[in-house]
Design a binder for this molecule. Structure first.
Ligand code: C5P
Length: 218
């Protein structure tokens, strides 16, 4: 196989958290550091792919050779993903906030006596599920699933529910969120491959190798 097995392929990667504003100074978010997604974008670029990285708010440096689009919210991430199509392969690593504040206050919300201001939520779009049914669906669509228990069973259910091709099931029972290492299982309809706990860069390289093998066989 060649040194740049993904040459000529456009790979779309989402990474990081999303921030959903409540008012000018507050937001809803999660603990995603963006490290695993950025490492995957870097590994894909090293393998010769043209890489578009749609990144939520993180402080990481853009990997070499990667086109980065910064977004803040889930809805902005979805728009950027759709703008970036067509793509041969999409890897949705972002930890998208499931909910956003139903209304964004224009001014900082003030404390009112004893009762906290109620926070109404709306559901965010599922970007991965949306891509699965898109008329420009990438030929290989990969999702992540952060789980703390029954990891593979939950991932298999998610594979079917989301309509993607592979799920990278991610054991986040330790300090994975924000940490340097990751413990993943590659869950496909034809079987599961469990990788050792490895630095996120190495998880990324192994995943990109599997993708290159798949591309070579299809
Ligand atoms: O349903 P759950 O959040 O566990 O699914 C995780 C997978 O779905 C990840 O690949 C994540 O990037 C993607 N996702 C998404 N849009 C959402 C929620 C999750 O693309 N709103």
């Amino acid at each position: 196989t060649s040194h740049r097995p993904l040459h000529g392929k456009h790979i779309l990667v989402t990474a990081g958290p999303t921030h959903e504003p409540i008012d000018p100074v507050r937001y809803i978010a999660n603990r995603s550091s963006g490290r695993q997604g950025f490492a995957i974008a870097a590994a894909a670029a090293e393998s010769g792919a043209q890489v578009t990285l749609v990144a939520g708010p993180v402080t990481l440096e853009t990997p070499q050779g990667v086109t980065r689009i910064n977004v803040e919210t889930a809805r902005q991430m979805q728009a950027a993903v759709e703008q970036a199509l067509p793509a041969d392969i999409a890897i949705m690593v972002a930890a998208v906030a499931d909910w956003r504040a139903a209304d964004q206050a224009e001014q900082k919300i003030k404390k009112k006596g004893d009762a906290p201001a109620p926070l109404e939520l709306s559901e965010n779009p599922d970007i991965l599920a949306g891509l699965a049914s898109h008329d420009q669906r990438p030929g290989l669509l990969i999702g992540f699933a952060a789980e703390t228990e029954n990891i593979i069973a939950h991932a298999e259910a998610k594979l079917a529910r989301k309509g993607c091709d592979w799920i990278i099931a991610n054991d986040v029972s330790g300090d994975v969120m924000g940490g340097m290492s990751n413990s993943v299982h590659i869950v496909r309809s034809d079987g599961v491959e469990s990788l050792d706990t490895l630095p996120k860069e190495q998880v990324a390289r192994l995943l990109v190798e599997r993708i290159a093998d798949h591309v070579a066989q299809n």
